[in-house]
Design a binder for this molecule. Structure first.
Ligand code: 0PR
Length: 386
């Protein structure tokens, strides 16, 4: 039978979309090695589609979806040992998590300076611009962590918050959060921990006996923690969470909302889909803490394998990997990155460290690494890196 006109139109549009999609790299190919996002857990996609048309901006209209959100927040809060007084806010990712945390800090303190290290994510530049805040830099140690000994000199009457990073964007390093917590507790300062990447990794590294510092609400000086399910939470974009030590602080970022069914709305976004929330919850239910632990264990084993193979090639690392992020030093950085791309492999180029970033996300297998290593070796030989 001839397809109906409407079907023809639909098929035509979908074909057109496919031509765009074909130009993209795909996580399923295993060739995206530099991204902190991931191929979705299969249940994430099913859950996402089921809740695609729901709106958590008007929660009383979608009480079921709202309950999923509460359950996801509970899972994440437990993971981070959040106190009973805490509250969680679902956000679109690490950028919104950081903006929201600094919004709270600014409102609570009436101050405008953020003390942070150079390893902070570039979203803080947006924060400085949007909220007219000042970024006060603390130098890094040779391990690329914040040099805590230099912080006290930077604290002053205008300090709104200190930032600690639990899994830095470029190298996956972890700042000495326990020391930061002590300083913030003693000086009554707001401490935000950016665990966008590390939030779903560090709790399990600790259980797997890796030597990593405490970073969560077990430390009494921690005020807020942000983490992303669309990174190591193995779920769909866009999904992050900000866990806030004291639920009263939510008032600082809430406004009256006369046109929706709830009286007040907190946070930056209004209308937002329940799809990513349902996806992240479904993955959390499916894997549970044990499943995430196995996932992290696997990523770390493959990271170790990758590290050994890269050393065999004769290349070096910026720092010894703390988690599943590797920074490989290169003299011929653009040449290597371009050639790898020609060969169909995508790594991230980090100019100021003269390195490439490789992130061993859940879809990266040992077999993929064993395919990549000869290509990396060949590339390095061809461009004269070795
Ligand atoms: N905080 C940290 C520590 C991050 O690493 C990132 C993103 C953010 C905040 C911001 O998160 P959103 O981008 O979710 O708002 N880190 C990665 C980066 O900038 C994001 C990324 C993901 C980059 C996939 C490339 C890519 O292919 O490198």
């Amino acid at each position: 039978m001839e397809p109906h006109n409407k079907d023809k139109k639909r098929i035509g549009i979908l074909k057109e979309l496919d031509t765009f999609k074909e130009r993209d790299f795909s996580f399923s190919s295993g060739h995206i090695l530099g991204s902190m996002c991931t191929q979705l857990h299969p249940i994430a996609k099913e859950a996402y589609l089921k809740f695609l048309g729901t709106n958590l901006g008007d929660p009383e209209m979608f009480p079921g979806t709202k309950e999923i959100e509460s359950k996801l927040i509970k899972f994440i809060s437990d993971l981070l040992h959040a106190p009973k007084t805490s509250v969680g806010q679902i956000v679109s990712g690490g950028t919104e998590g950081n903006i929201t945390a600094m919004w709270i800090a600014k409102q609570l303190t009436g101050k405008k300076e953020i003390i942070l290290a150079d390893s902070a994510h570039f979203s803080f530049k947006k924060i400085a611009s949007i909220m007219d805040m000042k970024l006060t830099k603390v130098p890094l140690t040779s391990d690329y962590n914040m040099d805590v000994s230099k912080i006290k000199d930077k604290i002053n009457n205008n300090t709104a918050a200190i930032l600690g990073i639990a899994g830095s964007t470029e190298l996956g390093t972890i700042d000495p959060i326990p020391e930061l917590s002590d300083i913030c507790y003693d000086e009554n300062l707001f401490l935000h921990v950016d665990a966008a990447f590390g939030g779903y990794v560090i709790p399990f590294l600790r259980e797997l006996n890796y030597q990593v510092p405490d970073f969560d609400f077990k430390l009494k000086g921690v005020s807020t923690i942000s983490l992303d399910a669309h990174k190591m939470g193995y779920s769909a974009i866009p999904l992050g969470a900000l866990i806030i030590q004291d639920e009263k602080w939510l008032d600082e970022i809430s406004v009256e909302s006369p046109c929706i069914s709830s009286k007040r709305q907190a946070g930056i976004f209004g209308t937002r889909s329940g799809g990513p929330v349902a996806a992240a919850y479904a993955v959390a239910r499916y894997l549970g803490k044990d499943g995430y632990k196995r996932l992290v264990e696997n990523c770390m084993n493959i990271t170790k394998h990758t590290e050994e193979k890269i050393i065999d090639i004769g290349l070096h690392f910026i720092t010894k990997p703390t988690m599943n992020v590797l920074g490989v030093k290169l003299k011929k950085l653009p040449e290597v990155v371009n050639k790898l791309s020609e060969y169909g492999w995508k790594v991230n180029k980090i100019d100021h460290l003269s390195c490439i970033r490789i992130v061993i996300m859940p879809q990266i297998t040992k077999k993929i690494i064993d395919e990549f290593i000869p290509v990396l070796r060949k590339t390095c030989e061809e461009v004269g890196e070795l």
